[in-house]
Design a protein around this ligand. Structure first.
Ligand code: S3P
Length: 440
């Protein structure tokens, strides 16, 4: 079957050093912020995937030009409120981050913009963005908060005070981008989530104030202050590295170093959780880069993994890695518990539902009560039947996690929708093969 891969054996022991592609969240933020910077920005190691190409097509439609060279991307920024477009349609493809953030970015724009996306994005809820961005004075029309959605911005936006309590960086970033277009000071009390937008704006000397509290951050943004174009070298994506981290620790006699990874504290929930489960994992060679933290991640095969009762406070910093964390829990001794994972069901596919279905198909006992789950781990998990995985809603992370499961549990697997990796990590299977895995 086209687009299907077959895996018949576990990966053999390996000892390697790898790089993964540039961080997706930072790549999209660099593209959107350079579009409204003044002058020519240069971005190295930007992720080249469908999601970032959708971001580039979007800024082009808004009248911003760019050149993609072999080693870097050049974007010719037009300044805040400098977009020059008429009645355009922006297709965000599969990217929730782009779709949510572009609404804030274009809020000061007086033209009608239609926003569309692929089948998966068209099922995702936009009320989380429609509500705050409408408060600025943007006129947004949609059918029950789903795409396609139409909006008209205004150059008379009003600053807002808003409490973001989902712990969503997409909502927070969309509000910050809208605040940039708004005269006056916008205030956000935001439940902790990845903070790359704030860190980048601060590095660019933009007038943004951030007060870090335990559960929330208080952010104040003064609008309409131009900022200069910039150079940026995007570090590797921990959400991509995570597949190889878990592959290594669930394999026998293997060791891996993933070089040059963005290890911002708001992104390393998976490392915190795996350490608590007794995994041999550490961050080495840490250094600061333009306000962000970068390091290499070292992992060794880990037997004697134990269960973990995961506090809700770690949910946001591990949100894209839970499929893998569940896989580790399924191979650990004891019962692992995870709480209030409703946000996980709002991703490219309903990942909580899918993870439970997947683990049960593997023969793992999982109990669910609302959005809380208990996974009954078994270090000697063996597959009873041949395994045929249909990648539900073509979710890239479900595909990659299934490959890691197949290469570490053993048995016979057929996994569909290999093309899904094009959205975030087109090089995934090449690296898997470089580590020695046999894939047909
Ligand atoms: C992202 C934020 C997260 C994450 C997504 C990327 C971002 O979504 O799941 O893959 O770049 O801001 P939420 O902010 O909705 O949790």
């Amino acid at each position: 079957m086209k687009n299907q891969i077959k895996i018949y054996e576990k990966i053999k022991p390996f000892k390697k050093q790898i790089f993964v592609s540039g961080d997706k969240s930072l790549s999209i933020r660099c593209i959107l912020l350079s579009a409204i910077a003044v002058g020519k920005s240069k971005i190295y190691n930007v992720l080249k995937s469908e999601d970032t190409f959708s971001a580039l097509k979007a800024i082009k439609k808004l009248g911003v030009s760019y050149t993609l060279k072999k080693n870097y991307l050049e974007i010719y920024g037009v300044g805040i409120n400098g977009f020059n477009n008429k009645n355009i349609t922006i297709n965000a493809g599969n990217s929730g981050t782009l779709a949510r953030c572009i609404i804030g970015l274009c809020s000061g724009n007086n033209q009608k913009i239609k926003l569309v996306g692929d089948k998966s994005l068209s099922k995702r809820d936009f009320s989380r963005i429609v509500e705050p961005i409408s408060l600025f004075g943007v006129n947004i029309k949609s059918n029950e908060n789903l795409l396609p959605l139409e909006f008209i911005g205004t150059n008379l936006l009003r600053p807002i005070s808003y409490i973001e309590n989902k712990g969503s960086a997409q909502i927070k970033t969309s509000i910050i981008l809208s605040a940039l277009n708004t005269m006056g000071t916008t205030k956000i009390k935001a439940k902790k989530s990845r903070d790359h937008t704030e860190v980048l704006l601060k590095y660019l000397n933009y007038p943004i104030k951030i007060k870090k509290k335990k559960i929330y951050d208080i952010i104040e943004i003064k609008g309409l202050s131009d900022f200069k174009a910039f150079e940026y070298n995007v570090p590797g994506d921990i959400s991509s590295a995570a597949f190889f981290m878990v592959l290594t620790l669930l394999s026998k006699k293997s060791e891996l170093i993933v070089k040059n990874i963005l290890v911002n504290p708001s992104r390393i929930g998976i490392i915190t959780i795996l350490k608590k489960m007794n995994a041999k994992i550490s961050i080495i060679n840490k250094k600061k880069y333009k306000g962000e933290l970068i390091g290499d991640i070292r992992i060794k095969s880990s037997e004697n993994l134990n269960s973990f009762n995961c506090p809700e406070s770690l949910n946001s910093s591990a949100i894209d890695e839970f499929l893998l964390i569940f896989l580790v829990a399924a191979r650990s001794k004891g019962i692992s518990k995870f709480k209030n994972l409703d946000e996980l069901n709002k991703k490219e596919s309903p990942r909580l539902d899918i993870a439970i279905k997947f683990l049960r198909m593997l023969g793992v006992k999982v109990l669910r009560e609302n959005n809380n789950i208990s996974i009954f781990g078994n270090p000697n998990l063996k597959l009873k039947n041949k395994f045929h995985i249909t990648n539900f809603m073509k979710d890239h992370r479900v595909f990659m996690m299934s490959v890691v499961a197949a290469l570490t549990i053993g048995g016979e697997y057929w996994i569909n929708d290999r093309d899904s990796i094009k959205t975030s990590f087109p090089n995934f299977l090449n690296i898997i093969k470089k580590l020695g895995a046999k894939i047909n």
